[in-house]
Design a protein around this ligand. Structure first.
Ligand code: FAD
Length: 429
């Protein structure tokens, strides 16, 4: 098969809200040759199957459905002249920003000035949670069930149990109920829910669907089709207390047990990943450890609100465009091996998650590269109220009080640095 060669100033992998938002910002900044490479037939990513409302409250000041939010981004990207390579799956990238995608045109090789990784995430499968039981019909990842119901018009079953109280599970509890199924209950291993508070209220409480915290599914029962599951309480080490086990008849089990950033391509070029988020380690420019390769959206860390995906993508695009436009880089030509990121890593200040903080994004800042910095983070427990502190070399430089901080909702804190420091830390009390 003939291999086609081409160049792109900015190649964005993934046409979901992160990729589309990044493309919009890059064109708004005047970059001429901006490409979104998307493997599916449609732009919009996961938003296409999220037909419920609740998107865009921060960005558009309106409650939109997922497809409506996506359409606004698509319209704007089209208006600005973003280029799209559709049904084009990126299968390889190199450290020198060469990428290969496969499409109807065959294999296409691209030399990109900068790359933005915006590949989203995938659902954690049954194998990853290790529930004993035969491989019977009726066990679905919650997002797969969402696609079946909302896009293909199939019902996965009539009587469902949902394991995991992440947002997809909560939204599917309501969706299945509205479509006529009975949702027996949502079982969550942690002592708190993994989803947004508003989803607990609107998707469970409004429909009298019980949420069983500190519970898990211990085994599945059935020969060809699922006939039920055993559930049990868990102890403080999250291990099932066998004496509390009981049987719940059902024909469907939906798993909403976490999302994994799609970083197979990133790993190929040695992008350093965080063992906690599964996404790239990035500085405040959202630049990965590979110069000229940026990351945003769910491939960087799992977001609960798409508005923050858009804001993050704007940041990634801003710095990617600056990277491409930099005079030094232009002089070196398209086959340069070392970029701004590598040079400026010398000025990098690490951001450490301290007590109460599981992780931060970004994980470092380039000193003097911005007037103020925003750090997103997730807590390790429930704090009511939560007091967030930012420390520079041990000195508190910002204190922010929040009514409640929970692990399921990403929190953010802004701060400024007016003198040289060697380490930043974030803590929640
Ligand atoms: C079920 C569910 C419910 C949600 N509910 C809400 C809500 O109520 N309100 C809210 O604000 N947010 C909600 N969110 C969150 C929000 O939808 C996501 O945070 C957002 O869609 C992430 O955008 P993304 O562009 O990073 O990823 P995605 O939307 O997943 O897009 C990634 C894109 O990359 C493409 N891709 C991947 N790999 C490749 C490759 N190798 N080559 C080419 N293309 C590739 C994929 O096909 C996809 O189109 C929800 C999310 C889910 C899953």
């Amino acid at each position: 098969m003939a291999v086609k060669m081409r160049t792109m100033q900015l190649a964005i992998i993934g046409g979901g809200p992160a990729g589309l938002s990044a493309a919009i910002r890059a064109r708004e900044m005047g970059l001429a040759d901006v490409w979104v490479i998307e493997r599916s037939k449609f732009l919009g990513g996961i938003l296409n199957q999220c037909i419920h409302h609740g998107f865009g409250v921060h960005i558009f000041k309106e409650e939109l459905t997922g497809p409506e939010y996506a359409q606004r981004l698509i319209d704007r990207a089209m208006e600005l002249g973003v280029n799209f390579a559709m049904e084009s799956m990126v299968i390889d990238i190199t450290h020198e920003r060469e990428l290969t995608y496969v499409s109807k045109l065959g294999l296409v090789n691209v030399q990109a000035g900068a790359i933005i990784l915006a590949m989203g995430c995938r659902e954690r499968p049954r194998g990853a949670v290790g529930i004993p039981g035969a491989r019977v019909a009726g066990i679905f990842a919650a997002g797969v069930a969402q696609e079946l119901v909302n896009m293909k018009g199939y019902m996965p079953g009539k009587r469902a149990v949902i394991l995991g109280s992440g947002d997809i599970g909560l939204i599917m509890a309501r969706r299945l109920t509205l479509e006529g199924a009975t949702v027996v209950g949502v079982y969550e291993i942690m002592p708190y829910s993994g989803g947004l508070k508003r989803n607990i209220a609107q998707c469970l409480n409004d429909y009298d669907i019980p949420l069983h915290l500190s519970h898990t599914v211990t085994r599945t029962v059935g020969e060809k089709r699922l006939t039920g599951v055993y559930v049990a309480k868990v102890d403080e080490n999250l291990l099932p207390i066998i004496e509390t086990e009981y049987f719940v008849p059902c024909d469907t089990l939906l798993l909403s047990v976490g999302l994994i950033p799609e970083n197979e391509l990133s790993k190929k070029i040695g992008v350093v990943l965080s063992p906690i988020t599964g996404g790239a380690l990035v500085n405040n420019r959202l630049e990965t450890s590979v110069p000229g390769v940026f990351s945003c959206g769910n491939v960087l860390h799992v977001h609960d609100l798409v508005d923050y995906v858009t804001l993050e993508a704007y940041e990634a695009a801003t710095y990617a465009v600056r990277f491409v436009q930099d005079e030094g880089i232009k002089r070196l030509g398209p086959f340069f091996r070392r970029g701004l990121g590598a040079i400026e890593n010398r000025d990098s200040i690490a951001i450490k998650p301290l007590t109460g903080v599981r992780y931060t994004v970004p994980m470092s800042i380039v000193h003097g590269s911005a007037e103020s910095y925003t750090v997103s983070f997730r807590s390790d427990g429930v704090y009511t109220p939560g007091v967030v502190k930012v420390l520079a070399d041990g000195r508190v430089i910002k204190t922010a009080r929040k009514r409640i901080i929970v692990p399921s909702e990403m929190a953010r804190v802004d701060f400024e640095i007016d003198m040289p420091v060697s380490e930043i830390a974030v803590t929640v009390e």
